[in-house]
Design a protein. Structure first.
Ligand SMILES: Nc1nc2c(ncn2[C@@H]2O[C@H](COP(=O)(O)OP(=O)(O)OP(=O)(O)O)[C@@H](O)[C@H]2O)c(=O)[nH]1
Ligand SMILES: [Mg+2]
Length: 289
């Protein structure tokens, strides 16, 4: 059952508003991956509103409130300004869906933005990572720039940018490693890639997306804090929002870190990616519609 169904059932089973109802709602929001402080804050706000306004409209009010939380995030930067080279880094811990998302984005940029993609295999850490990206490249008929396993990821990104700048493509999408020997090594590596892009493609539209697995709940928020602290993230891509994911983490990413969601992925196929719609998401989460 999608989380929205649960909120919908919760509201439809209530006829009067009581302290107990708000306590239960708060618990439910926490269960929905809201995070405790965010859940308390939202419940308080909702209580205030219900006092002032017609209580029978409360479910709609909740959707409105959630929508407002989402709109607190910085706006998502234009992902594909016409005539400009785009450089995209996909970051995130292992298994969140970076490699799959790199392929999906390559195909998306091609079909939706009319930009030709080059995929950069900057995850040189894991043995199969390079081949995994190459297979996607073959299926999508998209060029993949790769070095050997254990190579310097920043050099891979450099070569991919070089290829794009010399006319080979309009967007470089770099898959990065989700894991290193130590966390500080990973952060250093990401910062180095960051410096290469800044230097090599200063004019480019440069976007760093953090790929988060929606099924990991509050853990995703902790990952966002770490990555955002290490290299400023522009926006989040939420993957695996297709099974039992609750999605509440999106609201605290917005209100506590100011991070917007750019895309949502809902499956393993190349077409399973769409631009995030905050209004639709808030309404679904709140069980409205
Ligand atoms: N259901 C579903 N599965 C997904 C989605 N995105 C990725 N996956 C699956 O999640 C698994 C991990 O995906 P990868 O793209 O390899 O993840 P990664 O972040 O590159 O992993 P590492 O390279 O190990 O760090 C694969 O089995 C993908 O098919 C999604 O949106 N929905
Ligand atoms: Mg990968």
């Amino acid at each position: 059952m999608k989380f929205g169904e649960r909120l919908k059932n919760f509201f439809s089973g209530k006829s009067a508003f009581s302290q107990e109802l708000f306590d239960d709602l708060c618990d439910l929001l926490i269960e929905g991956d809201f995070g405790a402080s965010q859940a308390y804050k939202t419940t308080e706000l909702l209580m205030e509103r219900c006092k002032k306004e017609s209580a029978s409209e409360a479910p709609q009010k909740l959707a409105q409130l959630l929508e407002e939380e989402l709109l607190k995030a910085r706006p998502v930067p234009n992902p594909a300004p016409p005539g400009k080279l785009c450089a995209i880094l996909l970051l995130g811990v292992n298994g969140t869906g970076k490699t799959t998302t790199a392929a999906k984005l390559g195909s998306f940029y091609n079909s939706q933005y009319n930009k030709k993609a080059i995929l950069a295999a900057a995850d040189t850490f894991r043995a199969a990572a390079i081949d995994q990206l190459k297979i996607h490249g073959e299926k999508l008929n998209t060029r993949v720039i790769a070095h050997k396993q254990g190579g310097d990821p920043a050099a891979v990104v450099y070569d991919a940018l070089e290829a794009a700048l010399s006319g080979g493509g309009d967007v470089v999408i770099a898959d990065t490693a989700g894991r290193m020997h130590t966390k500080s090594a990973l952060v250093e590596e990401l910062r180095k890639i960051d410096r290469v892009v800044e230097a090599k493609a200063a004019e480019a539209c440069y976007l760093k997306y953090l790929v988060l697995d929606a099924t990991t709940g509050r853990n995703a928020f902790a990952q966002a804090e770490i990555f955002h602290g290490a290299v400023n993230i522009d926006a989040v891509i939420l993957t695996k929002y297709d099974s039992t994911a609750k999605g509440g983490v999106v609201f605290s990413l917005a209100s506590e870190l100011g991070l917007p969601v750019a895309y949502v992925c809902t499956g393993e196929k190349y077409g399973d990616i769409e631009i995030f719609d905050p209004n639709k998401f808030a309404r679904e989460f709140a069980g409205i519609d």
